[in-house]
Write a protein that binds this ligand. Sequence first.
Ligand SMILES: [Zn+2]
Ligand SMILES: [Zn+2]
Length: 84
Amino acid sequence: MPGKGICKAKECNHQAVGKGYCRKHYRLWKAGEMPKARYKICTAEKCRKPRFRASLCQEHYTAAHGKKAETAAAAPAAPAPAGA
Ligand SMILES: [Zn+2]
Ligand SMILES: [Zn+2]
């Protein structure tokens, strides 16, 4: 394995300094703006709300599954997960 490695952020090749991120991305990570933050957040694009269910916040979970998701037999297909 390489020594410290490089930033694991997408398309970033800077040297990692913490949590596998470079200085810039490590700062974002601490601010909760990177995937795999300290707390689980919604996986919807540009959404950083805390997760509610199925890796989505309440708003996006409701949007994806509908308000009757809990009782509906056939839920609509979930949107494709964003690539890591
Ligand atoms: Zn980086
Ligand atoms: Zn969301």
